[in-house]
Design a protein around this ligand. Structure first.
Ligand code: NAD
Length: 281
């Protein structure tokens, strides 16, 4: 289990991935995202999670270029958006992302959503990008077990990561154990439920018990479950707080109390909802 911010998860191809990264969804391109990343790097983050959808890859790239940290220490993730899926379009979208980021490789490239009828062709493009050495690892996002099974049946390369909505209201225990069994690293998006769970009495009680914030309790629960986590903030003290989770350990009983808050309740779209994909037709 991660015991310092320098510890990394080891993906099935041997690539190391920080346990905590900075999410930058809805961080504005330009000053806002650049400043957030600089604060994050100063606080010890080495991993940044963006996507072409977020329209801030240029700012992410600028922050990386201006950072004092060598490129090889950083772990940069971006994703192919739904309207860019398919083999050729994904290759083009990847080139455009690299250009905006000002990089010659990313650490992790993800299929953002399992767009029906499309994701297998998209995956072939990711395999090519990986084989060409332009992504150190490739993975998927919002894939349920059936999507993973379907993909793996035809894939040359098994995804190294699956980034999914994951928090105490959506603990996805079956998916987590399936991914562990297959050597696919689970990564939590919206880990803090955008703060909407901060008043939950069990979490407030545990925060008092461990003398930590509710955000820190939740993020620590991610780590102890073996889940990589990418909380978002553009506020300096919150960015610092969200990575300050390596100096305490939740007991097994407290881990179970948090997991018992599960309601199988999504905040974002259900990856099987056809209505969600219709907007991209
Ligand atoms: P989140 O759960 O990380 O919540 C972020 C919000 O919580 C912040 O805007 C802030 O209001 C609050 N917050 C953060 N730290 C806090 C603290 N210490 N104290 C009090 N409030 C705090 O939500 P998110 O941004 O949706 O998810 C995190 C990241 O996951 C995104 O930025 C993005 O990188 C990724 N993501 C991926 C997908 C996907 O489909 N793959 C979808 C959504 C998000």
């Amino acid at each position: 289990m991660a015991s310092s911010s320098h510890d990394r998860a080891v993906l099935h191809n041997g690539v190391q991935m920080p346990w905590v990264g900075l999410g930058v969804y809805k961080a504005e391109d330009g000053d806002e995202v650049i400043q957030a990343i600089k604060w994050a790097i100063d606080a010890g983050y080495r991993s940044i999670d963006t996507a072409s959808l977020y329209e801030n890859e240029a700012g992410v790239g600028q922050a990386i270029a201006e950072s004092h940290v060598p490129r090889e220490e950083l772990f940069i993730t971006t994703k192919v958006w739904n309207t860019d899926q398919g083999y050729e379009r994904t290759l083009e979208a990847f080139n455009a992302s690299l250009e905006r980021l000002g990089l010659d490789y990313v650490d992790l490239y993800l299929v953002h959503w399992p767009v029906p009828e499309m994701y297998k062709e998209t995956w072939k493009a990711l395999e090519k990008i990986y084989n060409d050495g332009r992504a150190k690892a490739i993975g998927v996002s919002n894939f349920k077990k059936h999507h993973l099974e379907d993909l793996i049946a035809d894939a040359e390369i098994k995804p190294m990561v699956n980034q999914v909505e994951y928090h105490p209201r959506l603990t996805q225990e079956d998916l987590l154990s399936y991914c562990k069994e297959k050597g696919i690293q689970l990564e939590a998006w919206r880990p803090l439920l955008k703060g909407e769970i901060f008043e939950e009495p069990t979490l407030v009680e545990l925060a008092e018990k461990y003398n930590k914030s509710v955000a820190q309790i939740i993020l620590r629960w991610d780590l102890q479950n073996g889940v990589v986590t990418i909380p978002k903030s553009v506020t300096k003290n919150r960015i610092e707080e969200n990575i300050d989770i390596f100096d305490f350990e939740l007991t097994n009983k407290d881990m179970s109390r948090i997991s018992a808050l599960n309601q199988d309740k999504r905040n974002g779209a259900d990856p099987d909802d056809p209505e969600f994909y219709k907007q991209f037709d």
